[in-house]
Design a protein around this ligand. Structure first.
Ligand SMILES: Nc1ncnc2c1ncn2[C@@H]1O[C@H](COP(=O)(O)OP(=O)(O)O)[C@@H](O)[C@H]1O
Ligand SMILES: [Mg+2]
Length: 289
């Protein structure tokens, strides 16, 4: 095993300082149950994410990825344990404080969550709503400088020429790029992305993931991204966490010595024969440069 992972669990605890401002996220002994305790979606999860880290969370469907991410912007509250985000304990925030935290924490969804009947620029501008007062119904109700900022964000995702087009006329990959531009417009410190490319073709998935990561690196944003497919993560993540049945079973830095086989430990106990692991790997011979 690489990285000196403990032989029993493969889990390495990253010990970061608890000095305020160092970590973007600190999750401690997080337990989340549903249905009066019958479902244990998260079962004692602890980890810290230093600011600027690009973290990928992998795991089978149902392993708890979405539940974990939803605790980091207050969409779920812990049954036990705590989630501290940008030095705020999410459970103890008032509505107003939570709204303020959510301005700093962007969310990119699998299903894009854009408004199809609006133009691309209107969707992107809506990302700035947390920064300004009062409702805005159309793009013309935003200041000129906001509009040029929105065009700049669309430029970054290669869609400036489609700014005034209805968003539902775009392809899935383009719609997700609009959603990314909207998130960047929000100027978040953290981006949570929940399987952001799961609805896209494999080739498009790689392009959209590259764009998301590149923009976040440029803006110094901390990224926590859940992904179903391991190969998509290995190219850019700094660190990888594997969840299985609500527990962390792998926590490792990502570098050239980390192989896909190392990562398969996340899936193996459910599939000891390894017969289904190909679903999570790009086993084709063509490797990216
Ligand atoms: N709102 C909910 N009510 C009941 N069970 C839920 C709810 N949300 C998630 N779960 C259950 O929690 C477990 C983890 O789900 P989820 O976090 O969505 O996994 P993943 O995102 O890895 O597919 C699953 O067993 C799921 O059915
Ligand atoms: Mg999910």
């Amino acid at each position: 095993m690489k990285f000196g992972k403990s032989a029993s669990s493969g889990v390495v605890r990253q010990e970061n300082s608890t000095t305020p401002g160092v970590n973007a996220v600190e999750v401690t002994d997080l337990v989340k149950t549903f249905d009066s305790g019958k479902i244990r979606a998260l079962d004692g999860v602890s980890f810290k994410v230093p600011k600027g880290q690009l973290l990928v969370i992998i795991g089978l469907s149902g392993s708890g990825k979405s539940t974990l991410l939803r605790h980091l912007n207050g969409l779920h509250l812990p049954t036990e344990g705590s989630a501290i985000v940008l030095d705020e304990n999410v459970s103890s925030l008032s509505r107003k404080e939570l709204r303020s935290l959510r301005r700093d924490v962007g969310f990119v969804f699998q299903q894009f969550n854009i408004v199809g009947r609006l133009t691309c620029i209107e969707n992107v501008l809506s990302g700035a709503l947390g920064r300004i007062w009062g409702p805005r119904i159309s793009a013309l109700m935003y200041s000129k400088s906001m509009r040029s900022e929105a065009i700049e964000q669309l430029e970054r995702v290669g869609l400036a020429d489609k700014a005034w087009q209805r968003t539902d006329t775009l392809s899935g990959g383009e719609q997700q790029r609009v959603a990314i531009a909207r998130t960047l417009m929000q100027k978040p410190q953290i981006v949570l992305a929940d399987e952001p490319v799961a609805s896209l073709d494999p080739e498009i998935s790689g392009q959209v993931m590259d764009l998301l990561v590149q923009c976040c690196i440029e803006d110094g944003i901390t990224v926590l991204c859940s992904l179903h497919q391991v190969d998509l993560a290995l190219g850019w993540a700094n660190r990888l966490i594997g969840l299985r049945a609500g527990k962390i079973v792998l926590d490792t830095p990502v570098d050239e010595s980390l192989s896909q086989e190392d990562v398969m430990v996340v899936y193996q106990q459910l599939d000891p024969e390894g017969t289904k692991t190909s679903e999570y790997l790009d086993t084709s011979e063509t490797s990216s440069p």
